[in-house]
Design a protein around this ligand. Structure first.
Ligand code: F6P
Length: 374
């Protein structure tokens, strides 16, 4: 194995609170323990196409632990295999720029590349290693917590905390006005944020992508609560949820990359619920509030551990792996295994069963059972 002297690090895809903790841990341990040079690559893989880099020194990572976002910048339009090139006439076209990435990796004198991102970013890292021989180590990130082969991703704890606080706040105003409050949270394919915040925030209904819903049991739940003297209800909606006979609701599709911007399901549900229950309904779409701002302590700790262990993988030459949380331990997992499927909520699992035991409705129940059980 060749000696490691200089490593590159980049963040790709949507940001997540805790990214800076990873960058800080990686940089500090690389410099202090191994005397390496660390090159920060700006705006994801596009920094390796356009050569936007900055050497990271200790002073650059000072004070960034409590900062949200990423000091390196990021983009979800930076896939070098399908690179969006802007032409002089303002139009865009897709090219394969992965060869340029390889050239620039060599030109920069990098010995390894640490890629911090979600399934898309990690899959690109894997492809760069397979097709161009770039030695890659991955660090999994997403507030959605839907990456396979790791028990948790950093950013999730912060997002759940923000969503739970929103539910606490919605409760008091819902009760005062006898309203139904819909809180739409992030979660494209997986309902982890909705499920966890819904349980922590005492929601009455939780709609998640893994359990296609119909509105009848939701309406039955609201009536049942009304009959028992609770003239308000709290509904958590994951943005990627969909009805039994409907599709996910999205606001727009990127014409070049095909990326769907989800969101808006709650606005479709609100008038139906208002009509069928007689209650006023209000919608709150939490959006990027869940992703921005100060990372929760758990995300800082996980990010720090991931950063240190990612560097250990680099130093041991264990490329083609990502770091992952397995129980209490950080372990190495092949990128191929981490990027070929998502980690979804198990509709038959314990967490869903526990919520159901408390009377939480997921939209797949028989409406009569919901009324009877209240
Ligand atoms: O994957 C993380 C995520 O936060 C999703 O929950 C959400 O759908 C998406 O990113 C939003 O992406 P953008 O920041 O591009 O709107």
């Amino acid at each position: 194995m060749s000696e490691i002297r200089q490593i590159g690090v980049l963040t790709g895809g949507g940001d997540a609170p805790g990214l800076n903790a990873v960058i800080r841990a990686l940089t500090k341990s690389a410099i202090l323990r191994h005397r390496l040079r660390v090159i920060g690559i700006m705006d994801g893989f596009s920094g390796l196409v356009d050569l936007k880099t900055e050497e990271l020194e200790l002073r650059d990572v000072r004070g960034i632990l409590p900062k949200g976002g990423t000091i390196l910048g990021t983009t979800n339009r930076g896939n070098p295999f399908k690179y969006v090139e802007r032409l002089s006439d303002g139009t865009e076209r897709i090219i394969d720029a992965s060869g340029i990435v390889k050239e620039n990796f060599t030109r920069l004198g990098l010995d390894a590349l640490v890629v911090i991102g979600g399934d898309g970013t990690l899959a690109i890292g894997r492809e760069l290693m397979e097709q161009h021989g770039i030695p890659v180590v991955g660090v999994p990130k997403t507030i959605d917590n839907d990456l396979a082969r790791t028990d948790r991703t950093f950013g999730f704890a912060t997002a759940v905390g923000v969503a739970t606080e929103a539910l606490d706040r919605l409760h008091t105003t819902a009760e005062s006005h006898h309203r139904i409050m819909l809180l739409e949270v992030m979660g494209r394919e997986a309902g982890w944020i909705a499920l966890h915040s819904g349980i922590a925030g005492g929601a009455d209904v939780i709609l998640i992508p893994e359990i296609p819903f119909s509105l009848e049991p939701v309406i039955a739940k609201i009536w049942a609560r009304q009959n028992r003297g609770s003239a308000f209800s709290i509904v958590v909606v994951a943005e990627g949820a969909h009805s039994k006979d409907g599709d996910q609701v999205f606001q727009s599709v990127d014409p070049v990359t095909g990326w769907k911007r989800l969101g808006g399901l709650s606005y479709q549900l609100a008038p139906v619920l208002q009509d069928k229950t007689g209650h006023e309904v209000r919608v709150t779409v939490l959006g990027h509030i869940q992703r921005g701002g100060t990372p929760a302590p758990l995300d800082r700790i996980l990010g720090t551990r991931f950063g240190c262990e990612a560097l250990n993988l680099v130093m041991r030459g264990e490329f083609g792996n990502m770091v992952a949380l397995n129980g209490e331990d950080i372990v190495a997992v092949p990128l191929a295994e981490a990027t070929n499927r998502l980690k979804l909520v198990d509709p038959q699992g314990q967490l869903v069963a526990n919520a159901r035991a408390l009377g939480v409705v997921f939209g797949d129940e028989d409406p009569d059972d919901v009324l009877d059980s209240e």
